[in-house]
Design a binder for this molecule. Structure first.
Ligand code: KIV
Length: 279
């Protein structure tokens, strides 16, 4: 499915124009069925590099590859008709140079149909963002806690308290001036997130930031209760599907062991049914 086939989906400029209006709604998706479930409810869907931890059992996002992003991006695109699709640039696919970033961003968009890319970083990525935008690639920036930098940040900590606030503010200004159409603010204190939202002319999308942001995003497996390895403070569980799924699996296992499954209605008779009753 190409981006142009989804004629009703908003584009980057539509998202930018939502600044200060109705809150933007977004979730991550990695598969076709999940994308189908959220298509009517989200303004944009992010094929996040969280796919590495959520779907592949990696302990961080650092091991996520271009090939993984392309495979999941293609799957998500097949499930979307209405929502815009944004795709994450994986670690080491854009940091080296603007030219490297362009090559990989163009590949992600061409091979998945995504309408924009997201990349992590502030002041240090501004030149790259400007380079991409001027060459036709809409960029969503991601500042505050940037999980691909977990090793230099010293963990998944709140970013921008006290003396750090100025640096996060400078990141927001830099990516906005460089032409990003929106900014994800991850794990940023509420007051600072509100200040950034007030100052920059592009929508802020909060994840562990502030209810005052222009939109909110969560990792879908977190909010559905599918991913239970840990629960960040900023996650609200809107479902408990993990425990429900495990209970169903346990029931299946017990029924198989007790020879209660399959029952008559799940098996085929030796003789074909008469024409009036199909099975
Ligand atoms: O990869 C991801 O899930 C993200 C979050 C901000 C949603 O980047």
């Amino acid at each position: 499915m190409s981006a142009t086939a989804r004629k009703t989906a908003p584009n980057a400029e539509d998202i930018r124009a939502r600044k200060g209006t109705e809150p933007l709604v977004s979730l991550t998706a990695y598969t076709t069925p999940m994308a189908q479930l959220m298509d009517a409810h989200c303004d944009f869907v992010l094929v996040g590099d969280s796919v590495g931890m959520v779907m592949h059992g990696l302990t961080s996002t650092l091991g996520v590859t271009m090939e993984m992003m392309i495979m999941h991006g293609q799957a998500v695109a097949r499930g979307l008709q209405h929502a815009m699709m944004v795709i994450d640039m994986p670690f080491a696919s854009y940091e080296e140079s603007p030219a490297q970033a362009f090559r990989n961003a163009a590949r992600l968009m061409a091979e998945t149909g995504a309408a924009a890319v997201k990349l992590e970083g502030g002041v240090e990525m501004a030149e790259t963002i400007r380079f991409l935008v001027r060459r036709g690639i809409p960029v969503m920036a991601h500042i505050g806690l940037t999980p691909q930098s977990v090793n230099t940040l010293g963990g998944y900590k709140v970013q921008g308290r006290d003396a750090q606030a100025e640096a996060v503010l400078a990141d927001a200004r830099a990516v906005s001036d460089a032409g990003a159409f929106s900014i994800v603010l991850e794990k940023v204190p509420q007051g600072l997130a509100d200040q950034i939202t007030h100052e920059v002319p592009i929508p802020t999308i909060g994840i562990g930031a502030s209810v005052g942001c222009d939109g909110q995003i969560l990792v879908v497996d977190d909010m559905l209760g599918f991913f239970t390895a840990f629960k960040p403070k900023f996650v609200k569980r809107y479902g408990e599907l993990g425990p429900q799924a495990e209970a169903a699996i346990a029931e299946f296992a017990a029924e198989v062991r007790a020879r209660n499954f399959p029952a008559d209605e799940h098996m085929f008779a030796d003789q074909p049914p008469s024409k009036s009753t199909k099975s």
